[in-house]
Design a protein around this ligand. Sequence first.
Ligand code: ZN
Length: 93
Amino acid sequence: MADTTVLITLEPCLMCVRALRHLRVRQVLFGARNERFGGTDSVYNVSANELIDEPVLHCHQLLDADKAVDLLQRFYQQTNDSAPKPHRKRLKT
Ligand SMILES: [Zn+2]
């Protein structure tokens, strides 16, 4: 897994970052920040925490955040008929 790059829509949560580090994934590229559960910087940075005795997980927000959120919303709309209608959060200024 050392040469693996994971490409995802949403910043991984704390637990996913920990699991990816355990699997020794090299890097994660994501679209939108996860302000509620993000484990790379939004809530708490687990990806480079030196207390964890495993290789650092390099995480970068390189993808278009709006497109990533749209893709994620379409996914949930297709898989869950009870899903709430999408709405946009207002960006903090
Ligand atoms: Zn997760």
